[in-house]
Design a protein around this ligand. Structure first.
Ligand SMILES: [Zn+2]
Length: 452
C-alpha cells in the first residue's frame, strides 16, 4: 500500500539515489516490523497467571483463560463477573477464588456474550443457583456470521503449532486447548441504560455501555470505586472491526461509553482482558487515552472521506497522533488502525468507494485470466511471484499467486508461493490476530500438498 511515486525527466543519478533511499526506507520498515513481533512476544507478560487483589473484596483472575474473571465478596455471598471460556479454565479460577471466599455465589454477571466470558458459568454456579444477569441485548443480539474458512485463516491461531504461536492479543490463548463449556443462559436481563442492584450487601450499577459489543455492560461498584469495563477497554488498540467476520462495532457509541466511564471517577479499572489499572489518575488517563485514540481515528477517517478519499488512500495516512501513538494502551497487539479505517468507511459509506469502474467489476476469475494473458502467461506470473518473494515484496508475491489461484485453485506452485508470502507477512505483524490469521491461512494452503 505504498503511494505511487511519480517523477518526470529524472536523471540517472537521481534515479540511483532514489533507489538507495527506497532500499534504506524498506530495510528500516522491515526492522521495525520485526521489532513489532518482539513487542508482541513481550506483551505475553500481560497475561501472566495471577489472581490480583484490586481492592478490599475485589479480585481479578488474569491469565487463567483468554478473558478475566472477577470475584466480588459481599456479606454471606459473592458475585462473579465473567466466567472464562470453558470448564477447565473455570475450575482453575474457582479453586483460586475458593481460597479467598467460600461464601455461595449469589450472582453471575456477563459483561457481554462473547464465549470467552460465558463458557465457564456452570462451574462457578455449582449448586448455588445464582441469578445470572446480562443486558437484554445479550439475548436479542444477532449472532456473528463469521467466515466459511475457504480462503481465510483463524485469528486466534487455534491450530498453529506452539513454535509459531505467540498469543491471542488480548489473552494468552483462545481455542488452542479444546475443553467442554458450561454456559448458562441469563435468568434476569434489563433494558435501557442502567440497573441498580444490591446483592449480598454490595451495591452495584450495571451500565449499558455498547462498544466492542452492542450488549456490553460495565459494572460499577460505587462504594468501592471499582469499574469493570467488560471489553470496552483492554490494553491494546481495540478491535473496532474483527477480521474473523463480524458486524461493524458501534464506534460512536463506544466513544460515548468511554466518556461515561471517565465521568464515574473510578479508582480501580478492571478490563475484560489484561491487567487492572489502579489509582484514579491512572484510570482517568487510561480511559481518556483510549477514548481519544478511537475518536482520532474516526475523525481523521471522516475528514478524509469528506475530501473524497477512498479506503486505500485513507489507510496510508490515518494514524494515531504522536501524543497517543506511544501509549501502552493503544499498541496494535489486537485491533489495528488500518482495519478500523476501512470499517469506518464501510459503516458510513458502504462497500462502494465511489469509482464507477467498481460498480459492476469483472468477476475475479475473468480479471485474472486477462491479467495473466497480459503478463505473458501463468509461468511468467509465477516466476515474477518467486522474484517478489526473493525481494521480500511479500504483498505483491501474494497478489500474483492469487491471480493464478483464481484461474486454477489447485495450482501447487501458486499455493506454495502464497503460503511463503503469508508466513513472512505473519512474522512481520505486531497484531496477534493479523499474525495468527496469516500463519494459519499459510498452514491451510500447504495442507494436503504433495511432498516436493
Ligand atoms: Zn473478551
Amino acid at each position: 500500500m505504498r503511494r505511487p511515486f511519480i517523477y518526470h525527466r529524472a536523471s540517472a543519478t537521481f534515479a540511483g539515489l532514489l533507489m538507495v533511499i527506497v532500499a534504506c526506507v524498506t530495510r528500516g520498515a522491515a526492522a521495525q516490523e520485526f521489532g513489532g513481533r518482539e513487542k508482541l512476544r513481550a506483551h505475553s507478560a500481560e497475561f501472566r497467571r495471577e489472581v490480583i487483589k484490586v481492592t478490599n473484596g475485589v479480585w481479578v483472575a488474569v491469565g487463567f483463560s483468554d478473558a478475566n474473571s472477577v470475584l466480588i465478596e459481599g456479606d454471606g455471598g459473592s458475585i462473579v463477573v465473567d466466567t472464562t471460556s470453558d470448564v477447565e479454565d473455570a475450575k482453575d479460577v474457582k479453586a483460586e477464588f475458593a481460597k479467598l471466599s467460600t461464601a455461595p455465589v449469589r450472582a453471575i454477571i456477563y459483561t457481554h456474550a462473547h464465549p470467552d466470558h460465558t463458557g465457564g458459568a456452570g462451574v462457578f454456579a455449582g449448586n448455588d443457583r445464582p441469578e445470572i444477569l446480562a443486558h437484554r441485548l445479550f439475548v436479542d443480539r444477532v449472532p456473528d456470521v463469521g467466515r466459511n474458512g475457504r480462503d481465510g485463516g483463524d485469528q486466534f491461531g487455534s491450530t498453529l503449532p506452539d513454535a509459531l504461536f505467540i498469543n491471542a492479543g488480548t489473552g494468552l490463548q483462545f481455542g488452542r486447548r479444546p475443553a467442554p463449556t458450561a454456559y448458562l443462559p441469563p435468568t434476569r436481563t434489563f433494558t435501557g441504560d442502567r440497573l441498580d442492584l444490591t446483592i449480598a450487601g454490595v451495591r452495584l450499577q450495571l451500565l449499558h455501555t455498547p462498544g466492542e459489543t452492542r450488549e456490553n455492560i460495565a459494572v460499577w461498584l460505587p462504594d468501592r470505586r471499582v469499574l469493570l469495563a467488560g471489553d470496552d477497554f483492554y490494553k491494546s488498540f481495540p478491535a473496532l472491526y474483527a477480521i474473523r467476520g463480524a458486524r461493524l462495532r458501534p464506534i460512536d457509541q463506544w466513544i460515548a461509553s468511554l466518556g461515561l466511564m471517565i465521568d464515574l471517577g473510578a479508582e480501580y479499572l478492571v478490563p475484560g482482558h489484561t491487567r487492572p489499572v489502579l489509582g484514579s489518575a491512572n484510570v482517568r488517563a487510561a480511559l481518556t487515552t483510549y477514548r481519544d485514540g478511537i475518536k482520532s481515528v474516526l475523525d481523521q477517517t471522516l475528514e478524509g472521506m469528506r475530501k473524497g478519499e477512498r479506503p486505500d488512500e485513507l489507510v496510508q495516512h490515518v494514524t494515531l497522533p504522536p501524543a497517543l501513538a506511544g501509549s501502552p494502551y493503544l499498541q496494535e497487539f489486537y485491533g489495528t488502525v488500518a482495519w478500523s479505517v476501512r470499517a469506518i468507511y464501510a459503516d458510513y459509506a458502504g462497500w462502494f468507494d465511489g469509482n464507477p469502474t467498481k460498480l459492476f467489476p469483472l468477476p475475479e476469475r475473468d480479471r485474472a485470466t486477462r491479467v495473466i494473458e497480459l503478463a505473458g502467461g501463468r509461468e511468467q506470473v509465477l516466476s515474477r511471484a518467486r522474484r517478489a518473494l526473493t525481494d521480500k515484496d511479500l504483498q505483491w508475491a501474494a497478489e500474483l499467486a492469487d491471480y493464478v489461484l483464481a484461474i486454477d485453485e489447485g495450482n501447487v506452485e501458486a499455493k506454495r508461493l502464497k503460503a511463503t508470502a503469508l508466513s513472512e507477512l505473519g512474522e512481520r505483524q505486531i497484531s496477534a490476530i493479523a499474525r495468527n490469521y496469516y500463519l494459519s491461512a499459510a498452514q491451510y494452503l500447504l495442507r494436503d500438498l504433495p511432498a516436493r
